[in-house]
Unconditional design. Structure first.
Length: 145
């Protein structure tokens, strides 16, 4: 900003003026950018260099839609936790005394929840044997209706 002004400071006196020619010259270049590449001109034309710097139509579309490649909405940490928190476990008890039957039911996860839980489970398992986990998971699934 200071490059567009000329200042004069003297005893008890301060003046300034705009460098109008500098302002006009910079305004004429507004929107023009220098793009440098380490690729030789034989391998990468100026148009190709600019094309690589611009957002592709696909990238602009995804950004506007705010969706992943899989079609899931983009989430912040908070919104993802809120989305995952909509899955519910309901436990119902029938009967009295020693003839009580308890049934636990999980709501079906939506596609986003399924993918998130799958990724979280993979991360949680780390290097543990996945086939052993699947056996345990299968047995646990039979306990839920």
């Amino acid at each position: 900003m200071g490059k567009h002004f000329e200042f004069s400071i003297e005893d008890g006196h301060f003046t300034w003026r705009r460098k109008q020619q500098c302002i006009y010259a910079e305004a004429a270049l507004d929107g023009i950018y220098v793009i440098r590449s380490s690729d030789p001109a034989e391998h990468l034309s100026a148009a190709d260099a600019v094309r690589q710097c611009k957002m592709s139509a696909e990238v602009r579309r995804k950004k506007a839609l705010r969706q992943t490649d899989e079609g899931h909405p983009l989430h912040s940490f908070r919104s993802l936790l809120a989305e995952l928190g909509t899955q519910c476990r309901s436990t119902c008890q029938f009967g009295e005394g020693q003839s009580v039957i308890q049934i636990t039911k999980l709501t079906e996860p939506n596609p986003l929840q399924s993918e998130a839980f799958r990724l979280l489970q993979e991360e949680h398992l780390g290097s543990r044997d996945r086939s052993d986990f699947r056996k345990k998971q299968s047995a646990a699934d039979t306990a839920f209706f």
